[in-house]
Every structure is written in structure tokens, then in C-alpha cells.
Design a protein around this ligand. Structure first.
Ligand code: C2E
Ligand code: MG
Ligand code: MG
Ligand code: MG
Length: 285
């Protein structure tokens, strides 16, 4: 009987977290994680389908417990951090770690590759944002030209100061990317007013694009606009081979990202994945 209860006890560890998996974490937990330096970058590549090159690597925030190694996903803490005005602290912790990791990533990939960070529109309300980011880069011997800033549209992006900060970031040499396009607040005419280098098509447009006529028409139009404006398009959230095959027709315009190619991974796992990807494309040639 004690054997049985021991096993049940163990199982509970696996079963219980599922219920709470999507709950926002508490302020205490978040402050604790920040002060223990537990905000950790995970990495997910964007691929040029025509050349198979890894053109950039997106940094996705995780809390990794120093003691247990337990992982907390950003959907549970980015919103909390925004509400408590702690989002800058998270970005700077990530920025420091990822720009340090980047030297190794660049060496492994030996080629032009950029690092992409997610910024909340709220962070564009901070007039000092461009200077702070540039300073951290300088300390790590990097340039804004190495960096893409993905603006996530969970909040509207329409205040004059936000636009001004975006323009200043762009003038400093950062690439600007509009994330989750198709779900947020930016309509087609607004696209023209934003200083964009890249637009990321939301997963809702990409999943089932092989059969969904509506998504096909929209993506076709956006590819057209992007080509005319010289903007890079990224399809995010590619999970199925059918989606990848359908998108093949845009392979000269559209970068690919998704679980099918690689899930977000720790630095170690990502470098391992990247080496086998390089081996694969070299043996193809
Ligand atoms: P995002 O920037 O749009 O990132 C894409 C999210 O989709 C990531 O979730 C990624 O793991 C997931 N994903 C990638 N490929 C696939 C796929 O093929 N299928 C599915 N189902 N999902 C896929 P994650 O890492 O949980 O991040 C969620 C969101 O949290 C991000 O969405 C971004 O908006 C936000 N976030 C993450 N890190 C940061 C950060 O450092 N700062 C800010 N402000 N927001 C962040
Ligand atoms: Mg993103
Ligand atoms: Mg996205
Ligand atoms: Mg998203």
C-alpha cells in the first residue's frame, strides 16, 4: 500500500500543474524570479526557405527556477510584468543574457544572423528605451544592426510617443518587426505609418493555410504588399508539413518559423539543433 501511495504521490506532481498551468503568477513570485536572475532566454530560429539559412533567432522569455529547473512560460508572467511596470527589468535581464549568448550562436552559425527580441508597446512609452538598449549592446560589443525588435500587439500601438520611439529605434539601426499580425490592432492603412522592416503573420493565419481559402487570400495580399514595400514577411507557428508545402510558393519573400522547424530551446539545445541543421543543409548541396 505504501508503494501505491508513493507512486500516486509522484503522479500528482505531473497531474496537478495542468490545472494551474495558465494562471498568472503572483507578484511575489515574479519579483523573486527577477531578483534571483531567473529570467532566461530560449531560442527559436527563423529560416529562409530558399537558401535554408537561419536568418535570425527569436529570444523568448522563460522563468527557469535555479533550484528545481522548473519552467514558467511567458503567457503567465508577461502580462503581470506589464501591469506592475516590471517589463523593462525583464527585457534588460534577457537582453544581457542573450547578447552574451549571441557570440557563441554567431560562431556556431558562422554567418549573418540577427537576434530578435519581443517588446511590449508599453515599453515604447519610455523615452529612454533606445539609449538603454543601445548601451547594453555596446557593453556586449554588439550593434543595433544585429538586433530585431518584435513589437507584440497585445496593447494598441497608436500613441504619438510610441511612434516617435519606434522611429528613433529605427534611426539608430534596429530592425522593427510587427508581431502577431492579423490579431492585433494595426489595420492595413496603419502599416504605412509604422517604420517596419518585418511583419510576422500570426499563427491563426498560418495554421490550415493549405485548406483555408480566407487565409490564403489575405496572405497572398500581404505578400504583395511586403514585396512592394521591401518588408520581410515571416510565417510563424508552422506546425504541419502541409502548411510548409503550401507556403513554398512564397519562399523568396517569406521566412518560416514554427514547431515543425524547431521549438524554442535553451541555448545548449538550440546550438545542438543548429549544428544538425547546418549538417543537413550542407549534405543537401
Ligand atoms: P510571440 O512573440 O508571438 O512568440 C511566438 C509564440 O508562439 C511563442 O510562445 C512560441 O513558443 C510559440 N510558437 C512558436 N512556434 C509555434 C508553433 O508552431 N505552434 C504553436 N502552437 N506555438 C508556436 P511563448 O514562448 O510561450 O511566448 C508567448 C508570447 O509571450 C510571445 O508571443 C510574446 O508575445 C510574449 N513574450 C515572450 N517573451 C517576451 C519578452 O521577452 N518580452 C515581451 N514583451 N513579450 C514576450
Ligand atoms: Mg515574437
Ligand atoms: Mg508572434
Ligand atoms: Mg504571439
Amino acid at each position: 500500500l505504501s508503494e501505491v501511495s508513493r507512486v500516486l504521490e509522484k503522479l500528482k506532481l505531473f497531474i496537478e500543474p495542468v490545472e494551474q498551468a495558465n494562471q498568472p503568477i503572483t507578484e511575489d513570485l515574479l519579483l523573486d524570479a527577477i531578483s534571483k536572475n531567473e529570467i532566461t532566454p530560449f531560442y527559436q530560429p527563423k529560416i529562409n526557405r530558399a537558401t535554408k539559412r537561419i536568418t535570425s533567432v527569436e529570444v523568448l522569455a522563460r522563468i527557469v527556477s535555479n533550484e528545481t529547473g522548473q519552467l514558467i512560460l511567458p503567457d503567465r508572467f508577461i502580462g503581470v510584468a506589464e501591469d506592475l511596470d516590471l517589463i523593462n527589468l525583464i527585457t534588460f535581464q534577457l537582453f544581457e543574457k542573450a547578447t552574451e549568448d549571441f557570440q557563441e550562436i554567431r560562431q556556431t552559425l558562422h554567418g549573418e544572423v540577427k537576434l530578435a527580441f519581443n517588446l511590449s508597446p508599453l515599453q515604447l512609452d519610455d523615452y529612454g528605451c533606445p539609449d538603454k538598449l543601445a548601451l547594453i549592446l555596446e557593453l556586449n560589443h554588439l550593434k543595433p544592426e544585429n538586433i530585431i525588435l518584435e513589437i507584440t500587439e497585445h496593447q494598441p500601438l497608436n500613441r504619438p510617443l510610441q511612434l516617435e520611439t519606434l522611429n528613433r529605434l529605427r534611426m539608430r539601426g534596429f530592425d522593427i518587426s510587427l508581431d502577431d499580425y492579423g490579431t492585433g490592432f494595426t489595420n492595413l492603412s496603419q502599416l504605412k505609418t509604422l517604420p517596419l522592416n518585418e511583419i510576422k503573420l500570426d499563427r491563426s493565419l498560418v495554421s490550415h493555410i493549405d485548406t483555408d481559402r480566407f487565409s490564403q487570400v489575405i496572405v497572398d495580399g500581404l505578400v504583395d504588399i511586403a514585396q512592394n514595400e521591401g518588408i520581410v514577411l515571416v510565417a510563424e507557428g508552422i506546425e504541419r508539413i502541409e502548411e510548409l508545402n503550401y507556403l513554398e510558393r512564397y519562399k523568396n519573400t517569406l521566412l518560416m518559423q514554427g514547431f515543425l522547424i524547431s521549438r524554442p530551446k535553451s541555448k545548449r539545445e538550440f546550438l545542438r539543433w543548429a549544428l544538425s541543421w547546418l549538417r543537413m543543409i550542407n549534405s543537401d548541396q
